[in-house]
Write a protein of this length. Structure first.
Length: 146
C-alpha cells in the first residue's frame, strides 16, 4: 500500500523544542551568570544568522531551479518548523543582547548613547513591522492557495 504522508501542521505540540533556548535565556537572566548570558546571546545569534544565510544563499537558489511541485513540498515541510524557530532565536538573541548591554552599562540615557539607542530602536521597529507583515502575508496566501 502506497501512503503519501501529509505535510506537518503548525502546532506548538510538535515544536516543544523551542522551550530550550527560551529556558536557557531565562536561566541566564535569573542567575545573573554573565558567561551563560553571553553564550546564549552569541549561540542564538549564530543560529539566527546562519539560518538566514543558508536560506538566502543555498536553499533559495536551489528552490528557484526545481519544479513548482517540489518547491511547494519543501515549503510545506519547512514552514511549520520555521514559524517557531526563527521568532524564537531572534527573540532569545535580542533579549540576551539587551540584558548583556544592561549589565555592561551600554544602556544609558546620556548623550550620545541615547541617540544611538533611538536610531537602533527606529530601525528595529521598522524591520519588525516590515518583516511581520511580509511573513504573515506570505503565510496567509500560502495556506489559502493550498
Amino acid at each position: 500500500m502506497n501512503l503519501i504522508e501529509q505535510p506537518p501542521k503548525i502546532s506548538v505540540r510538535d515544536n516543544v523544542w523551542v522551550g530550550i533556548p527560551i529556558g536557557a535565556v531565562i536561566v541566564a537572566i535569573i542567575t545573573a551568570n554573565f558567561i551563560l548570558l553571553n553564550y546564549v546571546h552569541v549561540f542564538s545569534s549564530i543560529l539566527w544568522t546562519g539560518t538566514d544565510i543558508f536560506m538566502a544563499f543555498l536553499l533559495g537558489p536551489v528552490l528557484r531551479k526545481v519544479s513548482l511541485s517540489t518547491r511547494r513540498e519543501v515549503t510545506f515541510w519547512l514552514m511549520p518548523k520555521m514559524v517557531f524557530y526563527m521568532p524564537t532565536v531572534s527573540a532569545v538573541t535580542t533579549t540576551a543582547g539587551y540584558f548583556l548591554a544592561l549589565r555592561l552599562g551600554f544602556i544609558s540615557l546620556h548623550p550620545p548613547i541615547v541617540y544611538w539607542m533611538l536610531a537602533v530602536l527606529v530601525i528595529v521597529i521598522t524591520m519588525f513591522i516590515q518583516g511581520g507583515w511580509a511573513f504573515s502575508y506570505r503565510q496567509t496566501f500560502a495556506y489559502i492557495l493550498n
